[in-house]
Design a protein around this ligand. Structure first.
Ligand SMILES: O=C(O)[C@@H](CO)OP(=O)(O)O
Length: 327
């Protein structure tokens, strides 16, 4: 897979600078706050910067450096632990329908996959400290079932529409095999897997539109998707990666992201630096945790991460790939 790290990496560097800066809203720790001298030094004194930290390795621009921030004592060292989990089989996965933002539930099989996902986490000793999900039932329930199985049902939960499945536009509710037969393989694959060709727009108020769904009422109209290609998903997901998830990683938390086939494809593309061409061939299986260890610049130590059940993942990836061909 070709690595491609340009605009996104730049954005990461910019956000890293923001993260490194002192935050107005956090309580300030001062030398008078009653802590031990060693703790006070750790909180207040800037650490000696590592030799390579003066410049961004990608663009050569000067780094901001971590100076005098009260977050210093809270920063954890890499590697950071991140687990990605696609929801278990949904009712519309089972029916082979384009789903997108339609809020369908898990099937019995999907519930079992979610529980198994949690058991895999427990067996691997990879216990999440915090979970991030979309606003969609299939991801929310997968996270709950998986965390119960791992005995981590009590950890903090954060949800964002930015982790939602890709909005499938006017294809939402359509049968994949019929769509393939009607439009031909080339058009079908362009809509389904190309990086930058969205399906036709789904008009507000049409069947399977979410225009009146109260959970999306606070998204400004111009940001609310009516169709999306993967590029659109990456663009709306990355702000949440940087603002919602990266701070948890920096604080040393093991982070579980329970989301969807295409929002996770977008995140994997970003993490692994996969090119726009190569991402068309990447499919994510339902219910099998994908674990990453990330270095200080949030690059995977092992490209592609590690599926906790690699054999099952391989079989499930093939099944996702061939979905349109199902009769
Ligand atoms: O229909 C959908 O929303 C997605 C995920 O189930 O399908 P695909 O894998 O075809 O992108």
């Amino acid at each position: 897979m070709a690595r491609q790290r340009s605009a996104c990496y730049e954005a990461g560097f910019a956000v890293r600078q923001w993260i490194d800066a002192p935050r107005q809203s956090e309580p300030s720790a001062t030398p008078d706050s009653g802590s031990s001298p060693a703790l006070r030094r750790a909180l207040v004194a800037p650490p000696a910067p590592p030799p390579s930290s003066g410049r961004c390795p990608s663009c050569g621009r000067a780094r901001a450096g971590r100076t005098g921030s009260i977050t210093l004592g809270l920063m954890a060292d890499a590697p950071y632990k991140l687990i990605l989990l696609r929801h278990g089989e949904s009712e519309w996965n089972a029916k082979n329908l384009f789903t997108g933002w339609v809020d369908v539930d898990l099937t019995d099989k999907g519930e079992k996959e979610a529980v198994r996902g949690g058991e895999l986490l427990k067996d691997a000793g990879l216990l999440p400290d915090v979970v991030h999900t979309s606003l969609q039932k299939r991801a929310i329930r997968t996270a709950q079932l998986g965390l119960e199985a791992a005995d981590r049902h009590w950890i903090p939960v954060h949800r964002s529409w930015r982790l939602n499945e890709r909005h499938y536009g006017a294809l939402q509710g359509k049968d994949k095999a019929q769509t393939l037969a009607e439009f031909g393989e080339e058009q079908f694959m362009l809509w389904r897997r190309s990086y930058d060709t969205p399906p036709p727009v789904l008009k507000d108020g049409a069947d399977f539109s979410q225009s009146d769904d109260p959970r999306y009422a606070t998204i400004p109209s111009e940001l609310r998707p009516r169709t999306e290609c993967l590029k659109d998903v990456v663009e709306r997901m990355l702000p949440y990666w940087y603002d919602g998830i990266v701070p948890d990683l920096l604080n040393g938390r093991t982070v579980l992201v329970a989301a969807h086939g295409n929002s996770l494809r977008g995140l994997v593309k970003h993490l692994d630096g996969i090119s726009d061409e190569d991402i068309t061939g990447l499919n994510i299986p339902t219910g099998i945790p994908l674990a990453y260890e990330l270095d200080a610049d949030f690059h995977p130590l092992k490209p592609g991460g590690t599926y906790l059940d690699p054999d099952a993942a391989q079989a499930a990836i093939e099944a996702v790939k061939n979905q349109g061909k199902k009769k």
